[in-house]
Design a protein around this ligand. Structure first.
Ligand SMILES: [Zn+2]
Length: 110
C-alpha cells in the first residue's frame, strides 16, 4: 500500500524562504564568489571586481556578515549568493537557486 502524504506533513515542509536560507547557510558567499573572482580582504569585508561586468577592480563589496554583495562603486549590482550566481551565469534568480540546490544536494521543494 502506498503511503499518502498527509496534510500535516505538507504543512510541516519548510517555506521556500526557509529553504533559501538553508541553501545560503550551506554556501558561503565569500567562498563561492572567491571561486570566480579574486577577493581582497578589507577590514571586516572583502572587495572585488563587480560581478556584473568584471571590470572596475574593487568596486564591489562582499560582506561575510550579511552574506551579500553590493557594487556601490559602479552599476549598483548587488544581492545575495543567488543574485551573484545569476549574474555570473547569465541565468534567472530561480535558475540560480536550482543550480545551487543541485550543487548542494538538497532538492528544491515542490
Ligand atoms: Zn558594476
Amino acid at each position: 500500500m502506498i503511503k499518502e502524504t498527509t496534510k500535516t506533513e505538507v504543512e510541516a515542509m519548510p517555506a521556500f524562504d526557509a529553504y533559501l536560507m538553508q541553501l545560503r547557510d550551506l554556501n558561503d558567499i565569500v567562498y563561492t564568489m572567491g571561486q570566480h573572482i579574486k577577493l581582497t580582504k578589507s577590514g571586516d569585508h572583502y572587495v572585488c571586481a563587480c560581478p556584473a561586468h568584471l571590470e572596475n577592480e574593487n568596486c564591489c563589496r562582499v560582506s561575510p556578515d550579511t552574506q551579500g554583495f553590493y557594487s556601490e562603486g559602479c552599476c549598483g549590482a548587488g544581492g545575495d549568493i543567488f543574485n551573484f550566481i545569476s549574474l555570473m551565469n547569465n541565468i534567472s534568480y530561480m535558475d540560480a537557486v536550482v543550480l545551487m540546490a543541485k550543487k548542494t544536494g538538497i532538492p528544491v521543494p515542490e
